[in-house]
Design a protein. Structure first.
Length: 68
């Protein structure tokens, strides 16, 4: 089952970024990204908006996996 964490990981990998580089771009720590990708933490709305804007991804897809 896809989760918001798995979709964030997918974006990061597709962009060819390490967790360290991805976290630097977003202004958060690498362990925080790891926790989100492993579904130990839910990303706050502000981070979802930032990822969406920075990587041209819709917030709806990022949160729900839906493009509708």
């Amino acid at each position: 089952m896809e989760t918001v964490g798995s979709r964030i990981r997918l974006i990061r990998i597709q962009k060819g970024l390490t967790q360290k580089r991805f976290s630097n771009i977003l202004g958060v720590s690498r362990p925080y990204i790891s926790h989100i990708e492993n579904d130990k933490r839910k990303p706050p709305t502000v981070l979802v908006k930032l990822i969406s804007r920075e990587f041209s991804i819709t917030e709806q897809w990022l949160v729900s996996g839906s493009v509708k």
